[in-house]
Design a protein around this ligand. Structure first.
Ligand SMILES: [Zn+2]
Length: 455
């Protein structure tokens, strides 16, 4: 099989991998794994505007690993390009993808206006995505063509996330999507790979080891205690899907045990509020640390201090609240969304804090704040950063080097012969590649953007 990489090649976002596989009659079939957008820059003038390096009309099927925009964001553009095949994803991923794509559409329109360029697709193309979706279950065998079958497996990264295997041409290739962290309190563990000849593996954190997840609540409690002591505002930029729900779960658990506080905790993100509703609805896909039936409210994402501010007016009213308080808002990389207003207000305040709990891509405001910038530009104005900035790696939704290595080579499984590293910064991929060559003895390739390789 031939694989070409149309995103997330030597960078973290834009996952889109094109496969040409032969069926039993020798006919070449074309499929895609993920069709995500590049993030951390404006849509116009970015690689999002590039012509696909394949013909969307010839693609028979797309397999989506999970709902995040960097894995789904170019699906409407694919429809605009004439794609008429099926899009496969696990059921909870459908509602989450809808939230993500609607959000991406608005961002794209704003960006296009700003750059004076045309939009990449129309609203009808976005709607067209949902006409083409086929919900699948984990472990369901999907026959793409004679001798070509695909299967979804639990990735433990977000609600309804999967890694995907394809059997064709007498071998098995596994595509990681995004692999979850170990012992995530609200998700099932990542399913081990039983067998793979070739793996396309994400490498977001391929060069480091996270703090143990057991540390997340103590670090979170510390940040909350400090902001209460200083009477400041704790700003937590959070991705709407998964990070927000894990945070709500962790706060819920803390409030039931060692954290005694009544300070307001605002969930100031319409998308996160709606995503949390989907998490509540698809509870059977989750796995909680605490026995859920023992809880009186059966809801680990709510607590008395929580205020969900859905409307703009409710959001604006947060400014009138007396500190201390906590605000959770998107976007997770501080590249837009309501968090921007809170940052503009509170970054100059030395009593306030920013708690970074997710990956900050190169080029984003989040990355500059995380790396200690003394002042940043927000909506055209220079804003001094006097608030304290700290990070909790244990909230990461991605596995670290150790987790990825264990996933690639389970004790009772076979080590893949060939590994393609994607979805990582170039330097990180180099470190991870050296590690894997040394530990697994596999051939490790860091593919280039739009490069084609033999799988
Ligand atoms: Zn993801």
């Amino acid at each position: 099989m031939r694989i070409s990489f149309h995103g997330a090649a030597r960078e973290v976002t834009g996952s889109c991998h094109h496969f040409e596989v032969k069926d039993t009659s020798g006919k070449v079939r074309q499929i895609l794994f993920d069709c995500g957008m590049f993030q951390g820059e404006q849509m116009c003038g970015s690689k999002n505007a590039d012509v696909f390096g394949f013909d969307p009309k010839l693609i028979e099927a797309v397999f989506i690993s999970h709902a995040h925009a960097d894995h789904t964001g170019r699906l409407p553009k694919l429809i605009a390009g004439g794609f008429t095949g099926s899009i496969y994803m696990v059921e909870p991923c459908i509602g989450l993808s809808k939230l993500v794509l609607e959000d991406a559409y608005h961002i794209m329109k704003e960006d296009a206006k700003r750059c004076g360029s045309s939009i990449l697709y129309e609203l009808d193309d976005l709607k067209g995505v949902f006409d083409r979706i086929q919900p699948v279950s984990y472990h369901q065998e999907i026959d793409v063509a004679p001798g070509v079958s695909v299967m979804f497996h639990e990735a433990g990264h977000v609600l309804g996330s999967a890694y995907i295997s394809i059997d064709a041409e007498g071998k098995r290739l596994v595509y990681s999507g995004d692999i979850g962290n170990d012992r995530v309190p609200i998700l099932p563990e990542t399913e081990p790979i039983s067998r793979a000849d070739v793996v396309i593996c994400e490498s977001t954190y391929g060069d480091r080891t996270h703090e143990g997840t057991e540390q997340r609540s103590s670090l979170l409690k510390e940040a909350i205690d400090l902001v209460i002591r200083d009477r400041g505002v704790l700003m937590i930029p959070a991705f709407s899907i998964e990070r927000t729900q894990e945070l709500l779960y962790a706060i819920d658990q803390l409030l039931q045990t060692e954290l005694k506080t009544h300070i307001p905790i605002f969930l100031d993100s319409p998308m996160a509020i709606r995503a949390t509703e989907l998490y509540r609805h698809f509870k059977s896909y989750l796995k909680f640390d605490a026995p859920i039936l023992a809880q009186p409210d059966l809801d680990f994402f709510s607590f008395p201090n929580l205020r969900e501010t859905l409307t703009t007016d409710e959001s604006k009213a947060i400014n009138d609240t007396q500190a201390p308080f906590i605000v959770i808002a998107g976007s997770g990389m501080m590249s837009g969304g309501r968090i921007m207003h809170h940052l503009r207000h509170h970054l100059p305040d030395a009593k306030s804090r920013v708690l970074v709990i997710g990956y900050q891509a190169a080029g984003t405001l989040g990355r500059r704040i995380y790396e200690g910038a003394k002042s940043v530009r927000i909506y055209g104005k220079e804003v001094e950063v006097r608030a304290k900035v700290s990070a909790i790696g244990a909230f990461s939704a991605h596995g670290d080097q150790d987790k990825l290595t264990r996933w690639l080579a389970p004790e009772d499984g076979q080590t893949p012969k060939k590994i393609f590293l994607v979805h990582g910064d170039r330097e990180v991929e180099e470190v991870f590649a050296t590690h894997l060559r040394h530990h697994l003895g596999a051939e490790v390739i860091i593919p280039e953007y739009q490069g084609t390789y033999e799988g």
